[in-house]
Design a protein around this ligand. Structure first.
Ligand SMILES: [Zn+2]
Length: 69
């Protein structure tokens, strides 16, 4: 399963910029696809496209956060 940026933000309770930072650092994983259907080659810098985040990575992050607090 994959999540949109908005869904992942809601689950984690974080802002968009934090979530995008987690994606570029590899804390969260996913695939970014342009509207034409082409996978984005430079997701860290490209301003276009839509993320499909791996739900597993979001859930793992959620569990890690619970343990830390
Ligand atoms: Zn792109």
């Amino acid at each position: 399963m994959t999540l949109t940026v908005e869904e992942a933000r809601e689950r984690l309770g974080i802002g968009r910029s934090t979530l995008l930072r987690m994606l570029s650092s590899g804390t969260l994983t996913g695939t970014k696809t342009h509207a034409c259907g082409t996978p984005c080659g430079t997701p860290d810098t490209c301003k276009q496209g839509t993320w499909a985040l791996d739900e597993e990575a979001v859930e793992a992050r959620l569990q890690a956060g619970k343990q830390a607090s």
